[in-house]
Ligand binder design. Structure first.
Ligand code: ZN
Length: 186
């Protein structure tokens, strides 16, 4: 946090970049970085690349033990549309960020979004994401627009990890409301 690159609007990946070694290298670096740091996702600006690319994966994540698994997803030029306002269906998470180490803060986001994006091969996709995955993808797409979770967090919820562990119970750290089921589907 503080690096100007994190505050820029990233540029779209162009048609002739799909299939290129450069794009594959970027995604490989992003996946390595995300896994090495136990992130639930990563956006290209976090490794100082200017392109609109995010990766998401949850697999026995020690930073977010409450999250259910998400298979590795590579999303190029993602675009989100909020389907239900957060007043009706919301997901509140004490979010963290690999670019803001040691800090958490509660962010409440709409619990159902439509994701349109392209895969690494350029193929279009169109999906509904709900619950925790919806919050994760919103956090990552925010990075592409120069927005960090601290911009959206309730100021008096900001907490260092040690204090989070001491004062915020695990059940308070993730709160999904207004969805059918457990809010983990997408
Ligand atoms: Zn982040």
């Amino acid at each position: 946090m503080g690096h100007p690159h994190l505050r820029k609007v990233a540029r779209p990946v162009l048609p002739d970049e799909f299939g290129s070694p450069g794009l594959h290298r970027l995604v490989g670096d992003m996946v390595d970085t995300m896994r090495h740091a136990s992130g639930a996702g990563l956006a290209a600006p976090q490794i100082l690349d200017e392109r609109r690319v995010v990766v998401v994966e949850v697999k026995d994540n020690p930073r977010y033990p409450q999250f259910l698994p998400i298979e590795l997803r590579v999303l190029v030029n993602p675009h989100l549309e909020v389907l239900v306002p957060k007043e009706s269906a919301s997901v509140s998470i004490y979010e963290g960020c690999l670019s803001v180490p040691g800090l958490r803060g509660r962010v409440t986001r709409p619990a159902r979004v439509r994701l349109r994006a392209q895969g690494l091969d350029g193929a279009p996709l169109d999906e509904i994401w709900e619950g925790v995955p919806a919050a994760i993808i919103q956090h990552e797409v925010d990075h592409l627009d120069g927005v960090l979770f601290v911009d959206r967090a309730e100021p008096d919820s900001l907490s260092y990890l040690e204090e989070l562990d001491e004062f915020v119970s695990p059940s308070e750290r993730v709160d999904v409301r207004g969805l059918d089921g457990d809010g983990s589907s997408f």
